[in-house]
Design a protein around this ligand. Structure first.
Ligand SMILES: [Zn+2]
Length: 409
């Protein structure tokens, strides 16, 4: 696919090792040629990756959000954003929790204290809230506040979310009641947390990293044309949070051309608010993204010393590709779809023996098949057959399956 083939929003999906990042980098170079250096940006999913790629045009999506917000606030003469660091955030959270411990000690009426008592299901809950030895509740609260922002649980959605905690027929069992209490408590504590930030830093615009994405999204409509890039390329799109997706959508509405590259199966941020297959669907339905498959090499990398199964068995390709294909085709979709599994975004092409998994023909030629994914220099130390180690290392369980005729030293 060439740069000219890209749509207003293009969704590039590719199997593992199909060269997605190289593809994204190539498109970034083309976009910089087309729009000028400062008008094309690529985002990656972590600062370490951004640093490793080492280019001013490559950064995290949060850094893009920070620049946008700074530009808008600057043009409006408002205080510029300053992120709360972890220690500052801890101080704020402790301050909020300490206020309720004080209410409890003084016997003050407080709706949040009532929720805390219901949540902990004990009358003496203050020691659980402010436990200096573990900080367990404070740590959980910090994560909860971040996840709420990342999934877009805005204050205006509180009643709707709490209503959804009931069953379809409106019934509430003990578990659903508890869920409601948790949501109420989380929303109440977040409001107090935000208020504590404002009162601790009067006249400043302080915010944590999860709030940054929300505020930047709201600011996009007010950004000046000169401060907005023509093109944004998002690598590892599958790890975008829902809040990040809302920012991309706002940028799209402002005319920013988007190239979203990734594979739902490679997501590593689902624990913190990314819903990869949902994102892939939403990019197509809400932003009209055209899905393109990034076709790359799915076989052994150049320079690998592994032999291929096909040398002996003709049609199974190299062993690593076969195993990777089995894994790829074993990961079912989390979203309802009529598309056959091998045709879904990011899936490896089906191959004989992959799905359903078939036993490979026994190697009766005496030639040895080397599993490429776990190839090691042959061990010269004889080991008993019952050994579970190989050259001093634990055998990978997959290597102990004798169905494909591999002979281990
Ligand atoms: Zn209280």
């Amino acid at each position: 696919m060439n740069f000219e083939d890209l749509d207003r929003v293009t969704l590039g999906a590719g199997a593992p090792s199909s060269g997605k990042t190289e593809f994204a980098l190539g498109m970034l170079v083309a976009a910089m040629r087309r729009y000028g250096d400062g008008n094309a940006v690529m985002t990656v999913s972590g600062r370490q990756i951004a640093d490793a790629l080492g280019d001013r045009a490559i950064r995290e999506l949060s850094a893009v959000a920070f620049r946008l917000l700074t530009a808008v606030r600057s043009s409006q003469g408002e205080p510029l954003p300053k992120l709360l660091n972890g220690a500052e955030q801890d101080v704020i959270i402790r301050k909020v929790l300490a206020s309720h411990v004080e209410h409890r000690q003084h016997g003050d009426d407080c709706a949040t204290c009532d929720l805390l008592r219901t949540y902990f299901a004990v009358s003496e809950w203050s020691g659980l809230v402010a436990d200096d030895s573990t900080d367990a509740f404070a740590n959980q609260l910090r994560d909860m506040l971040a996840r709420m922002n990342e999934i877009g649980a805005k204050p205006q959605f509180e009643d709707m979310l709490i209503a959804r905690a009931a069953s379809r027929d409106g019934m509430l069992d003990e578990r659903r009641e508890r869920l409601r209490t948790q949501w109420r408590l989380a929303f109440a504590l977040r409001e107090e947390y935000n208020e504590a930030i404002r009162s601790s830093y009067p006249g400043e615009y302080r915010l944590d990293a999860s709030q940054l994405m929300i505020d930047a999204t709201e600011a996009v409509s007010g950004i000046q044309e000169a401060d907005i890039a023509n093109m944004l390329i998002v690598d590892d799109f599958q790890d975008t949070t829902l809040a990040g997706f809302a920012l991309l959508e706002a940028l799209h509405e402002r005319g920013v051309r988007l190239l979203l590259v990734g594979n739902p199966d490679e997501a590593v941020q689902t624990f913190r608010g990314s819903y990869p297959e949902y994102l892939f669907n939403q990019a197509q339905t809400r932003m009209g993204a055209r899905l393109e498959r990034i076709e790359g090499l799915q076989t052994a990398h150049e320079g690998d010393t592994a032999q291929t199964v096909s040398n002996q068995q003709g049609m199974h390709g190299d062993y690593r590709t076969l195993v990777a294909t089995r894994v790829s085709l074993s990961i079912a979709s989390t979203e309802s779809t009529d598309v056959p599994l091998p045709d879904r975004p990011g899936k490896m092409s089906d191959m004989p023996g992959a799905m359903p998994i078939e036993t490979l023909p026994a190697d009766d030629t005496g030639a040895r098949v080397t599993p490429t994914a776990v190839w090691k220099r042959p061990c010269t130390v004889p080991l008993p057959k019952s050994s579970t180690t190989w050259c001093g290392r634990s055998k990978l369980s997959i290597c102990n399956v004798p169905v494909y005729g591999t002979t281990w030293p």
